[in-house]
Design a protein around this ligand. Structure first.
Ligand code: ADP
Ligand code: MG
Length: 329
């Protein structure tokens, strides 16, 4: 009698599980304010617990990267480097060393348009508060901007600055790196379809179950409009825009992408979108091409396999890299 009860209960329980498994195979979405932006995770899973665990691990990773790379946190590893590296070599984690090396590599690739030492002048801007350096301050600090001043010693795992006044900031690749790591975590949890985005940087995992992910490129002057829709499968996409963080003064737009040559906001284009196989690269390239402008920027992208670009120039005109154009006859 009792055995039958137990058996019946077990069957009901098993039935519930089966039933819940059928109805909960679904898309799960999460948004968090981390790294000064919105971290969005989307994934397909047939188990709510697996989904929740994966999302939690992605968010934890974002916090970890923020603690490593935020120049706003005085105790971050990068803040320690900025404080001490002009005085003596600073020992850093293998991860930060690798990221600094990738930042320097991006400088070489972009002929100096991308430069983590832009921060020597960059730190004088506060786009939220509407603060900017004057011409005299810019001219005084320009000589401290050159990625060659960042000296890495992989054997000792140290970084030093070749002269005083140098500051570095990995903001041009940090979010791309973060979403790349986020998607790696989803993959490690057995997820096959997903997306992680951090503001303008996204990486998709797999397709959207039978169809590509569609990511819109917004009109830089009207957030309700899109200028292009890009279908993506297992790819990264990054947009750099002059509308992300800016203020206006006497009709001039001061925004967060700085030319290492002039110390002013780069003004040739309004937005750059790059797609490619790796989010750290698409992030760095979108910032680079933004500084380089249409002609040099497209030349760089067309010289790279697997990367494509859509640019909205300062007149609102759309430009595309070769891979987006119809094949030449
Ligand atoms: P976001 O996704 O934050 O809008 P972007 O990819 O558009 O980032 O890059 C802008 C960020 O890159 C800035 O906030 C700053 O941290 C950094 N940055 C600005 N100018 C340069 C530059 N010339 N080289 C490298 N990094 C830069
Ligand atoms: Mg970027």
């Amino acid at each position: 009698m009792e055995g039958a009860m137990v058996l019946r209960r077990f069957l009901m329980f098993a039935g519930c599980l089966l039933w819940s498994a059928v109805v909960t195979a679904d898309w799960y979405t999460d948004e968090q304010a981390i790294m000064g932006t919105v971290i969005r995770t989307e994934l397909w899973s047939d188990d709510p617990l697996t989904a929740a665990e994966a999302i939690m691990l992605v968010n934890e990773e974002m916090h970890r990267i923020d603690r490593l790379m935020s120049t706003y946190k005085p105790d971050s590893e990068i803040s320690r480097v900025n404080r001490d590296a002009a005085e003596n070599p600073v020992r850093i984690s293998a991860e930060l060393l690798d990221l600094l090396a990738r930042g320097i590599e991006m400088s070489r690739l972009s002929h100096g348009a991308f430069d983590i030492t832009y921060a020597s002048v960059g730190q004088m801007y506060d786009f939220r508060a509407g603060v900017r350096p004057d011409e005299k301050q810019i001219n005084a600090i320009l000589p401290a901007i050159d990625y060659r001043f960042v000296e890495l010693d992989p054997a000792e795992r140290t970084v030093s600055f070749a002269r005083p006044g140098v500051r570095i900031d990995l903001g041009g690749i940090a979010k791309g790196y973060a979403v790349e790591r986020g998607v790696g975590i989803l993959r490690g949890q057995g997820i096959e379809h997903g997306l992680v985005s951090a503001g303008g940087d996204s990486r998709v995992l797999g397709d959207r179950r039978g169809a590509p992910w569609i990511v819109g490129v917004r009109d830089p002057r009207n957030s309700d409009w899109v200028v292009a829709r890009l279908p993506l499968i297992d790819e990264a996409i990054s947009t750099s825009g002059d509308y992300e963080r800016f203020f206006e003064e006497d009709g001039v737009r001061y925004h967060h992408i700085i030319s290492p040559v002039t110390g002013h906001s780069a003004g040739e284009v309004r937005s750059v979108t790059i797609i490619g196989p790796n989010a750290t690269m698409t992030d760095g390239l979108s910032t680079s091409v933004f500084v380089m402008g249409v002609q040099d920027g497209l030349q760089l992208i067309d010289s790279l396999d697997d990367f494509e670009a859509v640019i909205v120039d300062k007149h609102g005109q759309l430009h595309q890299s070769d891979g987006f154009l119809p094949p030449k006859k």
